[in-house]
Design a protein around this ligand. Structure first.
Ligand code: M6R
Length: 608
């Protein structure tokens, strides 16, 4: 959580940093701030609330000509969201400023010892403790680099940090421990940020800073040091393929809407090079050198967890691989990980930085499980720590609510199931061909149907926007989609929603159904349709209103029927998904909620 960016170069730094913060705001948006050094003084501007509040504040100031600046957009961990707790924080002597993404776990004991030395703290944050620790170390260390390293050697926890000092006004120091930090390398200018889109208009050449490293960044060059010993470290420069177009709204009202409508493209990109429409085959060269897993653990959080639950139906159904799906925040504290040879674990994460998923991956590695990442962000922590990673190629996902990333994960997992199914011979080449052909039909089908789906979602929202509770129900592969539909409604429109396996309703939840508690039922054309239909009838018998998402020709009665095109199960999930996303999107927009940046959330959950 939190976005940080530092710039040092030849341009006016404050506008560059503010622009970068705009592209990092998805990481946190309860306050923002910026620091720059000008004419021998350290300046800081901060504002509570969204970045626009900081922009308004800066607009009242004379033009700032500094060419070195750093900025922060916050998702509160320590201390309430208010200006006093907003970053940057500065040392008591007003010589050093810091911005921080993460948590310093031992901040209280450091704070106590600094207070005994006379330090005064104006905020409730762990970050203000760290900047004063650096200032304290600077009294005895020969330069900022050594003072920074000495302070970090005492700090425990997770961080991505940038530090500026009056000692060296044209330098930004940065360091990383379990939080993303990327160096963007320009010509006569350099950037350091939590995520690549922050500096994408200026450069696509990057270095991923590793845990335990410090970067010293100047306009013309940079050095990277190992925190332990301060010897210099060399990293190869990489070029990222994302372009700035992909990180902009492109005329859509919200990023979320744009990203929902990008799903046909995401599916066709994900198929390119992995599936062949003519021969009906799937190739996943990344997986060629590993044996087909005898059992799979899938571990993830939130929407990525729902992808895993959905994929279990394919991996078991197509490749006959037993699958256990776990929530990462639970998996990471498993007392015993009973894993046998032949088992593999897949860690799904759009960002590749989710703290719980990363900790779960480390636990699995410790227990000797081969670990695979399924990530969208190249160079992310999970991608780098996994034994191997499959990339989902969804492009940057900016909206906090995950949409196209889920579609890309589902596609990659479907391809894995087909690929392993062929290697194990659990499906014939004809069955493979049929599945591949269904996958290739999806982009066109979605392109043709998404506009109507949006219209239907709008129509339903006008009818259901006054309800405060919803059930989402489904069976089989539609159950994870019901969970996802409920999650989307909750996080975007703040309407209480529960996803349930339709067959579980009678074991308790059905008691809640009355005219004020509608049910969104996913009842597709498959062998479970009659069962879901019975559950719909049961809800209606309790005077509950029901919306049914179904396929053409299915006989079902309900208050509202929403017909979407049928596709071979469980790939039909890729058509159900945008319908659920659009319903939540339209609901949130209709209710006037902040669609792209829902309250209390952040895109990348890098704290536990
Ligand atoms: O980056 P990850 O895929 O690891 O993120 C996992 C969840 O935090 C994420 O899917 C979250 O649930 C989204 N807000 C859902 O829209």
């Amino acid at each position: 959580m939190c976005g940080i960016i530092g710039y040092v170069g030849h341009r006016p730094a404050v506008p560059v940093v503010m622009e970068g913060l705009g592209r990092l705001e998805y990481r946190g948006y309860d306050s923002a701030g910026i620091a720059w050094i000008w004419q021998g003084a350290l300046n800081i501007a901060r504002a509570s609330g969204k970045l626009s509040a900081l922009e308004s504040k800066l607009a009242t100031m004379p033009a700032i000509m500094a060419t070195c600046a750093m900025g922060h957009t916050r998702w509160a961990t320590h201390g309430e969201p208010c200006e006093r707790n907003a970053h940057p924080h500065q040392s008591n002597d007003a010589k050093i400023a810091i911005i921080h993404n993460g948590i310093i776990e031992n901040y209280q004991s450091i704070k106590n010892s600094l207070q005994q030395k006379g330090y005064i703290f104006k905020s409730d944050t762990d970050t203000e403790v760290l900047v004063n620790l650096i200032a304290e170390k600077r009294k005895t260390e020969p330069d900022m680099l050594h003072a920074f390293a000495a302070a970090l050697n005492e700090a425990r926890g997770a961080y991505a940090l940038c530090v500026m000092s009056l000692d060296e006004p044209d330098v930004i120091y940065a360091a990383r421990a379990s939080a993303p930090l990327i160096l963007g390398i320009g010509t006569g200018e350099n950037f350091i940020a939590s995520d690549i889109p922050a500096f994408l208009p200026y450069t696509r050449n990057v270095i991923f800073i590793e845990d335990g490293e410090i970067a010293r960044v100047k306009a013309s060059d940079f050095e990277i040091y190992a925190l332990d010993g301060l010897q210099t470290v060399e990293h190869a420069e990489q070029t990222v393929q994302w372009d700035i177009q992909a990180a902009q709204k492109d005329g859509y009202r919200h990023f979320m809407l744009k990203e929902i409508f990008e799903q046909p493209r995401v599916i066709s990109d994900g198929l390119t090079g992995r599936a062949d429409a003519c021969s009906g085959t799937v190739s996943m060269p990344e997986l060629d050198n590993m044996p087909v897993p005898e059992k799979l653990h899938i571990v993830a959080c939130g929407t990525s967890y729902h992808s895993g639950l959905w994929a279990r139906h394919l991996l078991e159904g197509i490749a006959e691989i037993p699958v256990q799906v776990d929530i990462a925040s639970e998996f990471r504290y498993r007392e015993k990980l009973l894993a046998s040879p032949g088992e593999n674990a897949i860690f799904i994460s759009q960002s590749g930085e989710t703290a719980d998923t990363l900790a779960a991956l480390r636990l699995a590695k410790k227990h000797g499980l081969p670990v695979m990442g399924l990530c969208n962000v190249v160079g992310s922590s999970i991608a780098r720590e996994a034994d191997m990673t499959v990339f989902t190629q969804a492009g940057p996902e900016i909206s906090v609510a995950s949409t196209k990333a889920m579609a890309s994960q589902m596609l990659a997992l479907a391809l894995m199931a087909i690929y392993w199914g062929r290697r194990k011979n659990t499906i014939t080449s004809a069955q493979c061909k049929e599945l591949v052909s269904s996958l290739f039909s999806l982009p066109r089908l979605l392109d043709d149907n998404l506009p109507q789906m949006r219209e239907k979602a709008r129509e339903l929202v006008q009818k259901y926007a006054t309800f405060h509770n919803f059930f989402y129900i489904g069976r089989g592969f539609c159950y994870p989609l019901a969970l996802e539909g409920a999650l989307k409604l909750k996080e975007l429109s703040y309407i209480h929603a529960e996803g349930y396996a339709a067959g579980e309703m009678k074991h308790g939840p059905i008691a809640l159904i009355d005219p004020s508690f509608p049910t969104f039922a996913i009842a597709l054309e498959n062998e479970l349709f009659p069962k879901v239909k019975s559950n719909i009838v049961e809800a209606e018998a309790r005077a509950g209103k029901v919306i049914v998402l179904t396929n053409p020709g299915m006989e079902v009665k309900a208050d509202d029927i929403w017909v979407i095109p049928g596709v071979k199960s469980p790939l039909a999930g890729l058509v159900v998904l945008p319908a659920l996303q659009l319903f939540s999107y339209e609901m949130a927009d209709y209710l006037g909620k902040d669609v792209d940046q829902p309250r209390n959330l952040a895109k990348s959950v890098t704290v536990e």
